[in-house]
Write a protein that binds this ligand. Sequence first.
Ligand code: ZN
Length: 130
Amino acid sequence: MPKKRKNRGRHKGDKGKEPLVHCDNCGKLVPRSKAVRVTVPYSPVPADLARELEKQGAIIPRYYVTKTYCINCAIFLGIIKVRPEDERKKKAPLTKSAPVRSNVAAVPPVAKPAQAQQPVQSSSQGTQSQ
Ligand SMILES: [Zn+2]
């Protein structure tokens, strides 16, 4: 029988049965090896407010939340993508995490001078008001 994917869409091998987990988005029951797990940083403070507070020196904790999604929801949310037929048999890691990290690594050198300049402006405004 032809296989659509080398691992049949799962990574359980010839293990047999596996526990089911709930999708965090829709609640569907999915085999654990078929589910897509994503760890994302979560902050109770909105991003804009957090940036302003960090400029003023506040330390805002970041919590990492691991979410489990079914395949439908993972595709809908853009975590994984539908691949062309010849690429399906290659083993591909979650493609979203790798490019995001490289972008994040590229961004801070640009962002750091901007952050360094802004406190200088705020301190000069502080001296003018005094
Ligand atoms: Zn789902």
